[in-house]
Design a protein around this ligand. Sequence first.
Ligand code: CA
Length: 227
Amino acid sequence: MKVLIIEDDQAIVEAISLALQLSWPEAKLVSTHLGERGIDLVEKENPDVVILDLGLPDISGFEVLKQVRLFSTVPILILTVRSDEVDIVKGLEWGADDYVVKPFRQMELLSRIKLVTRRRVPLVEEAPLVCGKLRFDPGTWQLFYGEKEISLTPTEGTIISHLMKNAGRVVTHSSLAEALWGVDYPDAADTLRVHIRRLRTKLEVDPSHPQIILTKAGIGYLLAQPD
Ligand code: CA
């Protein structure tokens, strides 16, 4: 397991390094405070996961994302600050797999790293999930809506399969958080909202008036039962 951290705040680099040493002493850590150097390191070091700060001194984290995605599918976790929801959505659109808001708890960061690096091991015995026009194949991790194939991040795949398994029933924020990260934590609902919004832009005709993934305010989400 090799982790590349592209972050100019040394205190954050040290916090991540400490968290990794405690949980995965065998993990190798490579870090840089520069975006350009980070892109080179993705190529040279071939890391298993990249933790990328969006605000870097030379080029923006978005530029790093864009360039890395030209040659690599490495899981990328972006680091951002609370006020930047627009940045989070943009980061996910530009190819990040998930994000963590600073300041973060150690356990939260570790569970995100685990999720994005989880190998998509085909589970041959697991039958495809079907719900109306939606079909999700846990063996290949493909989602179809009618004939259209929709590409998903690991986070989105986990969310949609959990909702499909419970179609027609309300899935609470904490149940979704546990399915995703193994733990529920205080800001999970905010994080889920961003991923759900993004899933809707991929699935819904009008994402602002969703017909497939419905919100139960203050409780969770519900995948509409097809007619
Ligand atoms: Ca920064």
